[in-house]
Design a protein. Structure first.
Length: 241
C-alpha cells in the first residue's frame, strides 16, 4: 500500500524526469505544472502529496471530490499548510456545474458552449472566477469528451462572452497506446491548434497545453505541454482501495 514516503520519493523522481524532458527541447522545468490526479485515492495520500510540495491536484468525479476536497482542506488547515489548487479533469454534465464551481479552481474539460454558459452562471452566483481549458477530442473516440477540432474556433469565440471563466489553454486525452511515441502526433496537433487560435476572440490568455499522463508525459513535454496530469506515477495503481 502506498505511503507518504513512497509519494515523496516518486515526486522527486518525476520532477527529475520533467526537468530532463524539458532540457531536451530547450525548455525550463518551471514552464510545466505537475498535476496529481487523485481519482479513487484516499484523502491522507493527497495530504501527503501536498506535504511533499505538490501544489496542484485533480479529481475526475464530482461526488468523490465533494467529500475528499473538504477533508483534505481541513487536514491541511490543521497543520498550517495552504490548500492546493484543485483541477476538475473529468467529463462534466451541466447539472454538476454548481458543485464544480464551488469545489474547484480550474476546470479542464469544457467542451461545449451550453456547459460553459452554465458554469459562467454558477460562477456569477458564487462570486468566483475560474480558469478553464477547452477539451479537444483529437482521436474521434465517441466515449471521450471534447469538442471536435473543426468546432473549436466557434467554442473559443463563444467563450469571449464569459466574464468569470478565463480560457487559459487546451486539454486533450490521446487514444490509448503502449508506445509513448504513438501519442506524439496528437500532442503536436494540440499545440498547432492552440497556435492557430492565437489572436482570435477569446484567445487573449490561451497559452496552456494540458496533455501527457503517466505513460507519455515526457513526450508531451517535448511537444510543448505546460500541464501534465499524473496519477499512477504519484499515487500508485488505481486498484488500491
Amino acid at each position: 500500500m502506498t505511503s507518504g514516503t513512497d509519494i515523496e520519493s516518486r515526486l522527486a523522481s518525476l520532477r527529475e524526469r520533467i526537468a530532463a524532458a524539458a532540457a531536451r527541447v530547450g525548455r525550463k522545468p518551471t514552464e510545466i505544472t505537475l498535476v496529481g490526479v487523485a481519482k479513487r485515492k484516499r484523502a491522507e495520500l493527497v495530504v501527503a502529496a501536498v506535504r511533499a510540495g505538490l501544489r496542484d491536484l485533480a479529481e475526475n468525479y464530482v461526488q468523490e471530490a465533494a467529500t475528499k476536497i473538504p477533508a483534505v482542506r481541513a487536514q491541511l488547515a490543521s497543520e498550517g499548510l495552504a490548500a492546493p489548487r484543485w483541477h476538475f479533469v473529468g467529463q462534466l454534465q451541466r447539472n454538476k456545474a454548481r458543485d464544480v464551481v464551488e469545489l474547484f479552481d480550474v476546470i479542464a474539460s469544457v467542451d461545449r458552449e451550453p456547459l460553459g454558459a452554465e458554469l459562467e452562471r454558477r460562477a456569477i452566483q458564487q462570486d468566483r472566477r475560474l480558469d478553464v481549458l477547452l477539451q479537444v477530442n483529437l482521436s474521434g473516440e465517441p466515449q471521450k469528451g471534447g469538442v471536435e477540432p473543426s468546432a473549436l474556433p466557434a467554442l473559443l469565440a463563444a467563450s469571449a462572452r464569459w466574464s468569470r471563466l478565463r480560457v487559459v489553454g487546451l486539454m486533450a486525452v490521446p487514444a490509448a497506446a503502449e508506445d509513448p511515441e504513438a501519442s506524439r502526433p496528437a500532442f503536436a496537433r494540440l499545440r498547432a491548434l492552440r497556435d492557430e487560435l492565437r489572436g482570435k476572440a477569446g484567445a487573449e490568455r490561451l497559452s496552456g497545453l494540458s496533455m501527457g499522463m503517466t505513460g507519455d508525459f515526457e513526450v508531451a513535454i517535448e511537444e510543448g505541454a505546460t500541464i501534465v496530469r499524473l496519477g499512477t506515477a504519484i499515487f500508485g495503481a488505481r486498484s488500491e482501495p
